[in-house]
Design a protein around this ligand. Structure first.
Ligand code: F6R
Length: 366
């Protein structure tokens, strides 16, 4: 059932090109003209009344929501807030009929997310579920559903569910942007084209696993690791850090690179591994200055950048490169090396990769 792989997690990591492709099937037009969601079938009358979007989720799905906020705000110009489901319900959220609540859940059974969905509904919001499980409680309770076609995810640590959630967030942002008219036809075309190139590019990232294995073996016994990045790289840093914590039990923290000097820099001392994501061109120079700050404290820096970047290796100790894509889609590729790093670190440490201690695949308690 593991198809020759040692663990479900690594099998599912390698299934990502296929999962990403299937999630786009019949949604991204082959001629790149746009996105269709037959299950939504929205027109201007459905999208224009949305004054605010509330994204609600837990864990990895919450991290997909953070990327979703960035994409929807940029491409469809609708304000988005993102909440952890267990917090949402207890903060008197400002939700009404003009709010679209999007709940993201791989299993569709996470109790906190389900309860938050019910709360949003009670407050009058329209609801949309993004889930991987057909007929799950969250799918049944939402007004509308978009399925991620990742296939069953068995490993406790979520991988292919996350990348397919990101694909849905991107498609939804383009879809609403096209309907609202915040995106030009050219932009829509470029984004569709870039989306369709992702499966092959994800495959390319997976081919380049050897250096990552080496880093995992080299740094797998450090007790603290930091992930830094700006904008979308920060969102991916959060996910990379969660992956490492949950399966390898290494203490990891993700920091917005510009926020380091407001406290965390005190923890950066000689030999501490820092994984610095530098894929976002509009904040690239700023990220480089933050890399210099940690290098000045003798951290060991692994830089994650775009292929063709000639500068990065001058400032870091090691590099990982991923193929360049549209900046809004980069998280779908940049998370893959971080998943692999977590996986091989856990293997190096002899951890039970598929069933990490204290964790369950589907959290049906509050
Ligand atoms: C982390 C992980 C969890 C889940 C979270 C939400 O790898 O798997 O953080 O993402 O428990 O689960 P779902 O998406 O099923 O609601």
């Amino acid at each position: 059932e593991k198809g020759g792989y040692e663990h479900f997690m690594i099998k599912e990591i390698y299934e990502q090109p296929k999962a990403v492709r299937e999630t786009m099937t019949s949604r991204v037009a082959k001629d790149n003209s746009g996105i269709t969601f037959e299950e939504l079938n929205w027109t201007k009358d459905d999208v224009s009344p949305i004054k605010k979007i509330a994204i609600i989720a837990c864990g990895t799905a919450y991290h997909a929501g953070i990327v979703g906020k960035y994409l929807i705000e940029n491409l469809s110009r609708i304000p988005v807030e993102v909440d952890v489901a267990s917090e949402f319900r207890y903060r008197s959220p400002l939700i009404d009929e003009q709010t679209l609540a999007i709940v993201i859940s791989q299993s569709g059974e996470t109790l906190d997310t389900l309860a938050a969905l019910k709360e949003a509904k009670k407050l009058g919001a329209r609801t949309l579920a993004v889930t991987n499980v057909v007929g799950s409680s969250i799918a049944r309770d939402s007004d509308q559903v978009i399925y991620t076609w990742a296939g069953p995810e068995i490993a406790v640590a979520s991988t292919k569910a996350y990348t397919t959630q990101l694909v849905v967030m991107a498609m939804l942002a383009i879809y609403m942007g096209a309907i609202k008219g915040t995106l030009t036809t050219d932009k829509v075309q470029a984004l569709c084209q870039a989306l369709r190139e992702l499966p092959a590019q994800a495959y390319e990232v997976l081919e380049d696993v050897e250096p990552i294995k080496t880093f995992a073996q080299q740094y797998g016994f450090n007790e603290d690791v930091f992930f830094i990045g700006r904008s979308l790289d920060y969102a991916v840093a959060l996910e990379g850090s969660l992956k490492l914590k949950e399966i390898s039990y290494i203490h990891a923290e993700a920091y917005a690179a510009g926020e380091l000097k407001h406290g965390t820099l005190a923890l950066i001392i000689e030999g501490v591994p820092v994984i610095a994501l530098a894929t976002q061109q509009d904040v690239y120079e700023k990220t480089l200055s933050n890399i210099k700050e940690v290098k000045a404290r003798d951290a060991v820096v692994i830089g994650l950048g775009l292929k063709g970047d000639q500068q990065l290796e001058k400032y870091v100790d090691h590099t990982i490169f991923i193929p360049a894509t549209n900046k809004f889609l980069t998280p779908i590729l940049s998370v893959i090396p971080l998943q692999l790093l977590a996986y091989y670190a856990a293997v190096t440490r002899g951890c039970d990769v598929d069933k990490p201690r204290n964790l369950a695949k589907s959290v049906t308690v509050e």
